[in-house]
Design a protein around this ligand. Structure first.
Ligand code: PAF
Length: 285
C-alpha cells in the first residue's frame, strides 16, 4: 500500500493512474477504522481497479473543539487494517495540506436546505464542513466511484445532491449500516462507550424497530403519540434525545401520511457520546 501525505504527490499519482485508464474508487474516512469501513473497502474493490482510502479528521466539520480534540486517532492500527485489506493507496494529509490558508476560507460547498435541517440544526456548520472536504477530496482524487455508509443518512443524501447538482462525474455508492449482533451500529464513537453504555446503546436500534412496527400497524396514524412513547422509552433507558422523528426518506421533509417511503432518523446522547442511527420503512396504503 502506498501512503501519500501531500497533494503534490497525490496529483502526480492520480495523473499517472488516469493515463493508464484505471477506474478509481474512493472511501473517505476520518480513521479509527471498523467493520463498517472494511465493508466499504470490500465493496469498492468490486467496482474499482484502484481503491483509495482517505484518512483525514476534518476540523471544519466539528462544531465543537472538544469533540475534535477527543476524536479517536489510531493511525498505526488503521494502516495495518488497510494493508491487510490490500488497499492500494492511503491518502492521509495534514491539516495544513488541505487548508493551507487555515479554516477561514471564502469558498465552501453547501447544500442549503438539507444542511440546515434535522442534524444540521443541532450541529450548525457541520454539513458545510462535510461537503467542502468531500468536494476537495473529489477534486484531488477524481474518483469514478465513492462509497458511503447509510448510517450517516443525511450526509449521504447531501453528498448525492451536491454531486448531482454540481455535475461531479462520480457515482456515489452506499452500503447499509453494519451492526453488532445486538443491533448497535458500528461507529468510531462506540470507542467512547463504557461496557455498560455499550449494552444500553443497543436499545436505540431496538426502539427504532419497535416504533416502526407500531407505525406500520397503525398505518401512519397516531404518529405523534408513537414517537413520544419511543422518546420516553429512550429516556427511561438513559438516553438524552436530540432527534427522533419520521421523515420522507427521499427529501427529508417532515412526515406526511400521503408519503409512503419514510425513515426514522435518531440522534441521541449516551453520557457524553452522541450516537446516530436510522431505519427506512414503507407505508403500504
Ligand atoms: O462520515 C465520515 O466519516 C466523514 O463525515 C467523512 C465522509 C469522511 C468526511 O470527513
Amino acid at each position: 500500500m502506498r501512503i501519500i501525505k501531500t497533494t503534490d504527490a497525490l496529483y502526480k499519482t492520480i495523473q499517472f493512474l488516469k493515463k493508464k485508464q484505471k477506474k478509481l474508487g474512493l472511501v473517505p474516512t476520518m480513521g479509527n477504522l471498523h467493520k463498517g469501513h472494511i465493508k466499504l473497502i470490500l465493496l469498492a474493490k468490486k467496482y474499482a481497479d484502484i481503491v483509495i482510502v482517505s484518512i483525514f479528521v476534518n476540523p471544519m466539520q466539528f462544531d465543537n473543539l472538544l469533540d475534535l480534540k477527543k476524536y479517536p486517532q489510531t493511525f498505526i492500527e488503521d494502516c495495518l487494517v488497510l494493508k491487510n485489506e490490500k488497499v492500494d493507496i492511503l491518502f492521509a494529509p495534514k491539516i495544513s495540506e488541505i487548508y493551507p490558508d487555515g479554516l477561514k476560507m471564502h469558498t465552501y460547498i453547501q447544500v442549503p436546505k438539507l444542511s440546515k435541517i434535522i442534524e444540521g440544526k443541532s450541529r450548525p456548520g457541520h454539513f458545510i464542513g462535510v461537503t467542502t472536504i468531500i468536494g476537495k477530496l473529489f477534486n484531488l482524487i477524481q474518483p469514478n466511484f465513492s462509497f458511503f455508509g447509510e448510517k450517516d443518512y443525511q450526509q449521504l443524501l447531501i453528498v448525492k445532491t451536491f454531486v448531482k447538482e454540481l455535475n461531479y462525474p462520480i457515482k456515489i455508492i452506499s452500503l447499509p449500516t453494519i451492526r453488532l449482533k445486538n443491533g448497535l451500529a458500528f461507529s468510531s464513537r462506540n470507542k467512547y462507550l463504557t461496557n455498560i453504555e455499550l449494552q444500553k446503546a443497543s436499545f436505540l436500534y431496538k426502539i427504532i424497530r419497535k416504533t416502526i412496527n407500531i407505525i406500520l400497524k397503525n398505518n401512519g396514524k397516531k404518529l405523534h403519540q408513537t414517537i413520544n412513547l419511543a422518546k420516553m422509552s429512550l429516556i427511561q433507558k438513559g438516553f438524552l434525545v436530540d432527534i427522533f422523528n419520521v421523515y420522507n426518506s427521499q427529501t427529508l421533509d417532515d412526515f406526511s401520511e400521503k408519503n409512503k417511503k419514510n425513515i426514522i432518523l435518531a440522534s441521541v446522547w449516551l453520557g457524553s457520546t452522541r450516537l446516530i442511527d436510522n431505519k427506512k420503512f414503507t407505508l403500504l396504503n
